[in-house]
Design a protein around this ligand. Structure first.
Ligand code: DX5
Ligand code: ZN
Length: 217
């Protein structure tokens, strides 16, 4: 399914009220809920771990898309399966055995994603495409919401060609807004993560803001 999926990132939500925030974005038409897990080691920021993600699951009725910005990944795969992740994405830069990691994610019953930092070329995942359900192209250096978009449309086009007939989503993460979204979709992306563009204003009590942004993206 190559229709465009919008995946709001709850990294920009009210951390004291995730349940309400998740309901609000789903009410406004979110296709997936994007959950950013950071360990203060692979990236210079810390968010939440498996118990919090399991609590989010109680509110997510769509697809829970969990983006791991952690290293190592393998010791935590079962915990995220138990937490109810539908898609679990690991970074190709997070360890020397991405092949094994993707196999383990699928074996645990989840869809497997592989993410690339802006400095990592498309070729880094060439040998992984048969094991991946999703490739996440970072358009910011991971760690924080609200950063400036780095143009990776050439990488997206290369990946879409490398993927060919395979059923692999190309997800974009970082600086997606109504201006960048159409360019990315045209290049071959079909899942767009958006944090600050969706949660602009920082409050869930602004359905006009959510509505306008989610549908405009
Ligand atoms: C960044 C995270 C993103 C982040 C995107 O490290 O992986 O998912 O929430 O935020 P925006 O859309 O504000 O760039
Ligand atoms: Zn993310």
């Amino acid at each position: 399914d190559r229709s465009i999926k919008i995946a709001p990132s709850i990294l920009s939500a009210d951390f004291a009220d995730f349940g309400r925030e998740i309901r609000a974005i789903e009410d406004q038409g979110a296709d997936w809920v994007h959950v950013d897990v950071m360990d203060g080691h692979f990236v210079p920021n810390l968010t939440f771990g498996p118990p919090a993600v399991k609590a989010f699951r109680r509110h997510v009725t769509t697809v829970m898309d969990v983006h791991l910005m952690i290293a190592p990944v393998d010791p935590y795969i079962d915990a995220y399966a138990d937490a109810g992740a539908d898609i679990l994405t690991a970074h190709v830069e997070a360890g020397p055995h991405s092949h094994r990691t993707l196999q383990a994610i699928r074996a645990a019953g989840m869809k497997a994603g592989i993410a690339l930092n802006p400095g990592t070329p498309a070729e880094a995942v060439a040998h992984l495409l048969d094991l991946a359900d999703l490739v996440c192209v970072m358009t910011v250096n991971p760690g924080f919401g609200g950063q400036k978009f780095i143009d990776m449309t050439a990488k997206v086009r290369t990946l879409r060609e490398m993927i060919g007939d395979r059923e692999v989503h190309i997800e974009i993460d970082g600086g997606v807004d109504p201006t960048t979204a159409p360019l990315l979709a045209k290049a071959g992306a079909d899942a767009l993560v958006a944090g600050s563009a969706v949660f602009k204003g920082g409050s869930v009590d602004k359905p006009d803001v959510y509505g306008r942004n989610i549908k405009a993206i």
